[in-house]
Unconditional design. Sequence first.
Length: 321
Amino acid sequence: MGPDSSQDAQTVSQLGEFGLIDRVTAGRPQSPGTLIGPGDDAAVLAAPDGRVVAATDVLVEGVHFRFDWSTPEQVGRKAVAVNLSDIAAMGAVPTGLLVGLACSPDLPTNVADELSAGMWEEAQRVGIGIVGGDMVSATSLTISITALGDLQGREPVTRSGARPGDVVAVAGRLGWSAAGLAVLGRGFRSPVAVVGAHRVPEPPYAAGPQAAVAGATSMVDTSDGLLADLGHIAEASQVAIDVRTEQVEVPQRLIEVASALGADARHWVLTGGEDQALAATFPPGRPLPEGWRAIGVVAEGAGVTVDGGEYEGPAGWEHWR
């Protein structure tokens, strides 16, 4: 039901669908590109590029988040972040969000308030708002978000453009969310920075368009783990990718946490998902954009290797595995 299930708390069924929609959207700022916002049959956004980038993610309570581990506000921020990172991975800038919420009729309205506050907070990091969506009754809390974006006249950076000789690089944090999940799974709530990284990722939104301007040949966000998502690039581009561990930073904080838990910090960095970092390939001989760091190379062949050999163990998250 959520963090506050007291009998005195007002529920979403008492407020009603349209009352809840008004409560979530009223008085919130929209981007200049929002021509018609919430309140009509559909929203209308400007598309100056003439093309619209769209991405959708679904988060289910008990699968993607737990309210005993995260506050509703943190869940709302995370739900938006995982979508906006997909827009950035195409080299685009976000323009708006559509939100679908399925929840129990007895969900306290304060939980819905905190969820929406988190969504709006994360959306405002890139200067956009929630332009529409839908709310329905369901037995489990499910959040579905569609993010929209604009390419600003550039070609999209897909997974299929990597070429032999390209440099593989990353922007953003790696392994922190996996470390936080491991800490929470052991029943701990600290270190705060590590646990917080799992609760709310910090995608490098600006790094996506910057990579596109710098000539990135392919790009992906690392929602499933670095090796797994580089595997998507390798497959789509029909190339091989080799990650060089001497170039992959393993933060000291993660080493300390791994030592305390009897875990492998490097494994978190290479395979841990949900940091929403970006991985891309760049033509050789060019300086990387600020914030990007080289971690490997593209070659003829297929698949992803680490230091020239096959990586032992799972490369990342897979649904239904």
